[in-house]
Design a protein around this ligand. Sequence first.
Ligand code: AMP
Length: 182
Amino acid sequence: MGPPGAGKGTQAQFVAAQLGIPHISTGDIFRANVAGGTELGQQAQKFMDAGELVPDSVTNAMVADRLTQPDTEPGFLLDGYPRNRDQAVVLEDLLANRSIGLDAVVELVVDSESVIARLLDRAIKDGRADDTEDVIRRRLDVYAEQTEPLVGYYREKSLLRTVDGVGQIADITARILDALTN
Ligand code: AMP
């Protein structure tokens, strides 16, 4: 977990590689579907472009399908999901059906100035359609309103690992791995 621009995607890639498990980014899956012009992409695009969450029915079905793939058997790292309480509850059910549960939830903590600087930098480098100023602002609000409450939800379940997300990329990866193994 962490606001847009916290470095979730970058860190998730390194941590998943280190742990030898798939990195499942709902944002990446949506973007691939938008690029490929699939029906899922068409359903998701207008929400993504506006900085809104894609409806839960669409997102949950996509994750449920992804988690049926055999590469998830040794474990997996979810990046950008769940993003609200209903998704968290659906995820619990999905995992309970497999008699598994979450091992940990990592929260990357980054101050809002660093977040905005990173997003504007990414806008220049990657040209993501949703990295414009208005949409960035909306995505930050959506995070604060819908996703941040999950911090408390997972803290109560003793799953939360809070990690300082400011610093060198490799140092942050080491902090996350440390938080997951200690
Ligand atoms: P991300 O790459 O994680 O920043 O996600 C980019 C966009 O994809 C978000 O702003 C949403 O529009 C959509 N998205 C990604 N994950 C989810 C999710 N769990 N629920 C709803 N929408 C999502």
